[in-house]
Every structure is written in C-alpha cells, then in structure tokens.
Design a protein around this ligand. Structure first.
Ligand code: HEC
Length: 150
C-alpha cells in the first residue's frame, strides 16, 4: 500500500517538475566534466532516503519524521569556496548549486518544525516542498554518464 502511494507521489512530483514550474536553472548551466566529478565525489554520502521520510509523514509518526528529516539536514554538504579562491574545483561550482543546497536546508527545517508541533497539514505540504527542492537540483545537476541524461 505504501509502495503504491510512493509511486503515486513520485508521479505527481515528476509531473510538477516537468511542467516548467519555477526552475531557477538556466539551460546553459552545464558543468564541465572535472567540476561534475568534484561534485559527484563529495556527494558519495548523499543517498538520501526520501521514501522512509514519506512513510513516516503519511502515518503521522512525528518522531520518525523528525529523525529522518534531521538525517537529511545533517548530510555532508559542499562548502562555498573562500571569496578570493578562484583556481580550485570548488570555486568552479556554480553559485546556484550552493543556493539550492541552502534551499534544501530551509525545506528540511520546515518539515521538522511542522512535525514537532504536530501540524499535520503543514507537515504534508512541507514534505512536498522538500521533495520539490530535490527535483529542482537534480534537474540541473544530476546526470548519468552512460545514458547522457543531464
Ligand atoms: C544542491 C543540489 C542537490 C539537492 C538539493 C539534492 N541533491 Fe541529490 N544529488 C545531487 C547530485 C549532483 C547528485 C549526483 C551525484 C553523483 O553522481 O554522485 C545527486 C544524487 C542523488 C541520488 C543518487 C542518484 C543516482 O543516480 O543513483 C539520490 C538518491 C539523491 N541524490 C537523493 C536526493 C534527495 C532525496 C534529495 C532531497 C531531499 C536530494 N537528493 C537533494 C544534488 C542534489
């Protein structure tokens, strides 16, 4: 049952992502190969399990929601290069990427807050917005080398 629900939510999210909802990513935002690799290397621990979080949200298990959303919140993030650094790979990562990371943090905080206050309507909405922020970043920065997908 939960699996069916999960695919339904995924379908809804994909539909929303595909309909030109506000994407801040400019189409010319392609990353060079070395930069892509640098991001990929630092993202090795980035294997967020949104499914577990979704399950906790739909059964209103507030403690589990707090637990899981904190895990996403505390994932290692890429850090902005110091202002005068221009010759490192980190410096070549677009500013936009860091903004999307910040957005993700904000969205996890909203889910946590709603779970803690047992505001279930807000929790559902905040979860949706969190998932959107994953999609927004992946639309621009997730790629699969074999298929040539972005
Ligand atoms: C700021 C950008 C950004 C955000 C926000 C983001 N991701 Fe990612 N994610 C990436 C990038 C870049 C990769 C590809 C890394 C790689 O290839 O190793 C990735 C890869 C992944 C993968 C592995 C994909 C695969 O091909 O196997 C999963 C799973 C994932 N992200 C889940 C999530 C979830 C869930 C969220 C939201 C809670 C999220 N990500 C938010 C940038 C982001």
């Amino acid at each position: 049952m939960v699996d069916a629900l999960v695919s339904w939510v995924a379908a809804v999210l994909l539909a929303a992502g595909g309909s030109g909802s506000p994407s801040q990513g400019s189409p010319g935002d392609r990353l060079s190969e070395p930069v892509r690799r640098a991001i990929a290397q630092r993202m090795v621990n980035h294997a967020v399990d949104l499914t577990d979080l979704l399950k906790a949200v739909v059964i209103l298990d507030h403690d589990a929601v707090v637990d899981r959303v904190r895990a996403i919140h505390e994932e290692p993030k890429l850090s902005r290069p110091p202002p005068h650094e221009t010759d490192t790979l980190n410096a070549a990562i677009p500013k936009h990427f860091f903004e999307l990371q910040d957005d993700l943090i904000k969205k996890t905080a909203a889910v946590e807050e709603a779970a803690k206050t047992h505001d279930d309507v807000k929790m559902g909405k905040a979860f949706g917005q969190l998932a959107e922020s994953c999609v927004t970043c992946h639309r621009v920065y997730l790629w699969r080398s074999s298929s040539g997908a972005r």
